[in-house]
Ligand binder design. Structure first.
Ligand SMILES: [Zn+2]
Length: 738
């Protein structure tokens, strides 16, 4: 069936309601499978789930032509645990990842991808965010894992690949497949996650609804996948990992609670042989893998929590521990049974989500019998409380997580039953959610007032103290920040985050030697830590004068830990700076192989390869530099020179398009794009790109010169001559400028 055929089925509206009988037949043969996880996507923002303010035509057409699950729930409103449940069919207590960074999916668990790979599917993943990278064990079962470019941001957790890049990678991989084996692709799209900044034309089309604009953008990217794979021999599985608060229950994003706003997700199975239907039986992301395997006629995952749905209705489990870990409050442990959702709290909550989907009316007092039954059923599931994050593979991450307040909850380990009800601490929760928003809008003074007030009421929450320290620094109140640091040290002497903040503070006040010493001390305590050594070296590099001390420290560290690519990169850069590229080369080579190479490291390697005539290596290294550091114009120029030498204009255009996505519009990029198109003699497209560049920087000689050439090609000789003279004048002025 063609994509248009699918759309026409949607128009016919052949949906039927499922009873709770098991799936009657599996799909024939071995279809391709495209699993699309929509991060941070609320079910009720899709047209097929009743929303009329959005633009989700592709997803809606897939829903109409296939199977739409009305009541699908996440297990936990955070990406890593939710995806771990999706791939294993296990609830978080059973795969043991209960928070972002709270563990890595261990190899002993069997994943959906492993089962498919074991049964002859070629497997690939293309993901959009750090939280779905192999760092967390999500590469199990995948032949190919595409995540390049996520590390570009200075804060790993903010790294993101736009949907278009994620889908580009999939389509390129698909093109390279020549065997007749079926394909399994996992596509993770992160755009609906904060910040809501959809590309054009989506933002302009929905100026007041940035979240909907992101979904519209995602929808068009899903359409590219549907078009490339076709619906005849491909099963599309589309599921949200969790939703987004969007202000409901006082929660703007996700992670704290288990209300429908963050738990009710879209879940659609469509394509090859899947009959149209609407499934009303409640289902969970743990059911996705068992249901898909059943559909494909493959053996089930043994001993998992998930089940084939539609099938017998059963109670579903959900949880969220941030209330406990960050704030010492009672966590959410939640049971879904039919239309009812029960949330365990000192004052429990009960909702009928069919009649009250936004959960405004707590029925617990009115229906004590159901509360007692559901409480008992929840207890009978025997879901334990998480232990403090163990198994975090990368201590750098655990440090970042501690700083974020995810791990090592500062909260006292009170018994669950003794913990206060979240509903009684709304001011704390509202305040801690408002602080990042105030910071984002630049109102650090407002954030400080709020934090000081909160710290008075909650003196043992390190989260508040660390945020207060960072806010004081933002405000430039160095003395106040130092006082706050001392207070943290006194109250929380063992906190790595506290000492780390102190080292950062020493850096900020220019006490580089002391900062380096503290980093060296932390590195000695945690030799497995990947970044502390390089920070110690980096601190010494900030000192005046030649970097002899830093170089000596770096070299001695490399004797102990030669695998430290970050230190290797710094040593390489110092040797480069000293004018010794020969000595620098091996250190830079190793530095460029780092998971996240430092800025300019791969550029140096690439340029060196270019000079020695190894164009292929030059290309891959420069490409790597630009993926991680898309704003490095020197690397872009080197790439331009290289690809121009090779006359590889098409590749240059692809590179520039990627950069436009990653860093936004710029005259430099438009010039490169227009020049490459000009060389390909696509003058019309070159004109479009050039005009965009001229709109951004109308006086730049390079653009004016290209404009002159283009005008000549367009037959406008008089204008061309005029523009050429303008370009010459501009060039003279540019050369004269300091
Ligand atoms: Zn997520």
């Amino acid at each position: 069936m063609s994509w248009r055929g699918l759309a026409s089925i949607a128009v016919l509206g052949m949906a039927a309601c499922w009873s709770s009988e098991p799936e009657p037949e599996a799909v024939d043969q071995r279809p391709n499978v495209v699993l699309i996880t929509l991060d941070t996507t609320r079910a009720d923002r899709l047209g097929s789930y009743g929303y009329d303010g959005g633009q989700t035509d592709t997803l809606d057409a897939l829903a109409s032509a296939g199977r739409r699950y009305e009541q699908a729930y996440s297990v936990l409103p955070l990406t890593i645990p939710a995806h771990a449940s999706l791939f294993t069919g296990l609830y978080p207590p059973h795969h043991t990842i209960r928070s972002n960074g709270g563990g890595v999916l261990q190899p002993e668990f069997t994943t959906l991808a492993e089962v498919l790979a074991g049964n002859g599917w070629r497997t690939a993943a293309s993901v959009a965010a750090f939280v779905t990278t192999p760092v967390w064990g999500f590469d199990q079962g995948f032949d190919v894992f595409m995540a390049e470019g996520i590390g570009g941001s200075s804060n790993l957790w903010h790294g993101e690949r736009p949907a278009q890049v994620v889908v580009d990678d999939v389509l390129r991989w698909k093109q390279g497949q020549s065997s007749t084996d079926p394909l399994f692709v996992w596509v993770h799209l992160f755009d609906a996650h904060l910040p809501y900044r959809a590309p054009e034309p989506y933002t302009t089309a929905m100026p007041d609804r940035p979240y909907d604009a992101e979904l519209a953008y995602i929808d068009d990217q899903v359409a590219r996948l549907v078009e490339a794979f076709g619906v005849d021999d491909t099963v599309f599985v589309i599921v949200g990992d969790h939703g987004e608060g969007l202000g409901e229950h006082g929660e703007s994003t996700h992670g704290l609670y288990t209300y429908n706003s963050t738990q009710h997700v879209p879940y659609i199975v469509s394509g090859a042989g899947v009959q149209p239907s609407v499934v009303s039986t409640p289902t969970s992301v743990v059911d996705v893998a068992p249901t898909l395997l059943h559909l494909l006629g493959l053996p089930p995952l043994e001993g998992v929590d998930g089940a084939v749905v539609p099938g017998a209705s059963r109670p579903l489990y959900m949880e969220s521990w941030q209330l406990a870990e960050r704030f010492g409050l009672a966590p959410h442990q939640t049971l879904v049974d039919g239309d009812y959702v029960f949330i365990e709290q000192p004052r429990p909550e009960l909702y009928n989500v069919r009649s009250d989907p936004s959960q405004q009316h707590n029925l617990a007092q009115a229906d004590p019998v159901r509360v007692a039954e559901m409480r008992q059923a929840l207890a009978a599931l025997g879901m334990s409380e998480p232990t403090v994050a163990t198994g975090v593979a990368d201590p750098e991450l655990s440090l970042q997580l501690e700083l974020l307040g995810y791990v090592q909850g500062s909260a006292a380990n009170a018994d669950l039953a003794d913990r206060p009800d979240a509903k009684d601490h709304q001011a704390l929760l509202d305040g801690m959610m408002r602080v990042p928003q105030l910071a984002e809008s630049g109102d650090h003074a407002g954030a400080l007032v709020l934090l000081t007030e909160l710290a008075g009421g909650y003196p043992t929450l390190i989260d508040i103290q660390l945020r207060r320290y960072r806010t004081l620094r933002e405000l430039g109140d160095t003395a106040g920040a130092v006082d706050q640091l001392h207070a943290i040290r006194e109250t929380f002497p063992d906190s790595v985050a506290g000492r780390h903040a102190e080292a950062a503070s020493l850096m900020a006040t220019g006490e580089f030697s002391a900062a380096s010493a503290l980093y060296v001390q932390l590195a000695a305590e945690m030799p497995y830590h990947p970044n502390l050594r390089s920070r110690a070296v980096w601190a010494l590099m900030q000192q005046e004068g030649p970097p002899e001390q830093a170089l000596a420290l770096g070299l001695s560290m490399l004797e102990q830990t030669p695998e430290d690519t970050a230190v290797s990169a710094l040593v390489g850069l110092m040797l480069m700076h000293r004018g010794d590229p020969e000595a620098a080369a091996p250190y830079l080579d190793r530095g460029c192989d780092a998971d996240r190479p430092l800025r300019t490291v791969c550029q140096h390697v690439g340029v060196r390869a270019q000079l020695s005539g190894d164009a292929e290596r030059a290309r891959t290294r420069l490409d790597r530099e630009l993926r991680f550091h898309p704003t490095n114009d020197a690397a872009l120029r080197a790439m331009q020179v290289l690809l121009s030498d090779e006359k590889d204009w098409t590749l240059l255009i692809v590179a520039v398009e990627r950069l436009l996505l990653l860093r936004g519009d710029s005259a430099v990029l438009r010039h490169a794009q227009a020049q490459a198109l000009f060389n390909l003699e696509d003058f019309a497209a070159s004109r479009v790109a050039l005009d965009k560049g001229l709109a951004l920087q109308p006086e730049w000689s390079a653009l004016l010169l290209l404009d002159a050439n283009l005008l000549a090609k367009e037959g406008q000789m008089v204008l061309a001559q005029e523009r050429f003279e303008q370009a010459t004048t501009a060039r003279t002025a540019e050369d004269a400028a300091p």
